[in-house]
Design a protein around this ligand. Structure first.
Ligand code: KE4
Length: 420
């Protein structure tokens, strides 16, 4: 596909919305497109753009869709909820049901607070950790992304890494003065930081499987080391499972790797494709939140009836282990198919094909990827009717709606690119 010409639609979009998009990575600039794909509808594994072109969709809205686009059970649940009204700003039984599903699934969670986005969940979890420990400092990892939370935007992944934004104007030095950035999988570096800052350390915040510099699994022992270091310093261990939660296992990475954090951040799948996210942990920690405790956190549409209906519909179905067997099967087939063409890294139903020789275990490794080549691959695949994330530093997300044929078509299109 030639670089997309600027259409009237795009000119209108960019005249009214910064960059024409509601989130930067959607602009597809980093993969060399002047104008991104405008999606008109989705169905299962497919999306259709406004010009009627259909694509096998491996973005799946960046991870929320385990059952694919417009799955009928989720739609039915949302329609039924909508018929009763869209928002009340009052307690509903659906919020309690969704909280119960999360607490039943996620090992670290006894209590949970629902919010509107992963960013809000990260921001709130960090505030709670600082309040509980009465400490200010936080350790995060280069290449990990926790939403656009000021204090955690230092050397973040996802769109920050994609767009090569070294640091974000508007995030003041004061806000990040208490943020220490370590290397993902660098146990010695974290231990040294804890040695130096341990007294004032409130939390270590980590994506237990990094998904925002591409899929980078934890090295053996890395998560266990973080658990030991936080126990030794009295800091809280916070797992950002917005991407991995209900994705790499029903209980997230903490179930898969057997390391239990103090607080867990959730999003994406939790809302079943609608805007809902959450943070949770032991009751003794969570009950520091207002109105029980003195840590303020709030939200007009938190626990929204439509989002909780979608979330309940999805999470209840995730009690069936067959869902994860299918994500594993499809992910493995895709991983094997792509293996000849670059470094493929996968954990369950999330994977990345890196244009990089050798494994990617850190931000520095990821930064060495050939993003130009990835951009050319992206454009080739789009031409072939295959829609992968428009960034080297993101993940492909199989859903149960994907088929072996979708996988094989994707692998053939990748092969054609590398053979050309
Ligand atoms: P939201 O505020 O976008 O709901 O969640 C932020 C967030 C927090 N933590 C992790 C591990 C995340 O991956 C995210 C958001 N992920 C990106 C894609 N990797 C969302 C896509 C976008 O920003 O448009």
């Amino acid at each position: 596909m030639a670089l997309r010409q600027r259409t009237d639609r795009w000119r209108r979009a960019t005249s009214l919305i910064p960059g024409g998009v509601s989130s930067p990575v959607r602009a597809m600039r980093s993969v060399g497109l002047d104008e991104p794909v405008f999606v008109a509808r989705g169905e299962g594994a497919w999306v259709e753009d406004v010009d009627g072109n259909r694509y096998v969709d491996w973005v799946q809205s960046w991870g929320p869709l385990v059952f694919g686009h417009a799955d009928q059970e989720t739609l039915a649940a949302v329609h039924a909820a909508a018929d009763r009204g869209t928002t009340f700003g009052a307690p509903t039984e659906a919020e309690v049901e969704l909280a119960a599903e999360i607490a039943d699934a996620v090992p670290s969670v006894e209590m949970v607070r629902l919010v509107g986005s992963g960013t809000e969940a990260s921001m709130s979890a960090l505030r709670l950790a600082r309040a509980v420990t009465r400490r200010d400092r936080v350790i995060k990892f280069a290449g990990c992304y926790h939403g656009h939370v000021d204090a955690l935007l230092a050397r973040a992944g996802s769109g920050v890494m994609t767009l090569g934004i070294p640091s974000t104007p508007g995030v003041t030095a004061g806000v990040t003065a208490d943020t220490i950035v370590c290397g993902f999988n660098d146990v010695d570096g974290v231990a040294a930081a804890c040695e130096h800052y341990g007294e004032g350390l409130a939390a270590i915040v980590v994506e237990p499987v990094a998904g925002n510099m591409g899929c980078v699994p934890p090295a053996p022992g890395f998560l266990e080391a973080l658990r030991m270091l936080t126990d030794a310093t009295g800091a809280l261990l916070v797992f950002d499972e917005v991407m991995t939660g209900f994705r790499v296992a029903r209980g997230g990475a903490q179930e898969r790797y057997g390391v239990t954090p103090d607080l867990t951040i959730l999003g994406k799948i939790v809302g079943g494709g609608l805007p809902a996210a959450a943070f949770g942990g032991r009751a003794e920690l969570m009950e520091r939140l207002a109105p029980v405790g003195d840590v303020y956190q709030a939200g007009t549409l938190a626990g929204n009836p439509l989002a909780t209906a979608a979330g309940i519909s999805v999470l209840r179905r995730l009690r069936d282990p067959a869902v994860y067997e299918e994500l594993e099967r499809l992910g493995s087939r895709l991983e094997e198919g792509l293996a000849p063409f670059g470094a493929v890294q996968r954990v369950g139903g999330m994977l990345t094909l890196f244009c990089h020789d050798g494994p990617v275990a850190s931000y520095d490794d990821a930064s060495a990827c050939d993003t130009e080549r990835f951009g050319a691959l992206f454009r080739h695949l789009l031409d072939a009717g295959v829609y992968v994330p428009p960034s080297q530093f993101e993940c492909l997300f199989p859903s149960t709606a994907h088929t072996d044929e979708n996988v094989d078509r994707t692998v053939e299109a990748v092969r054609a690119f590398f053979d050309s």
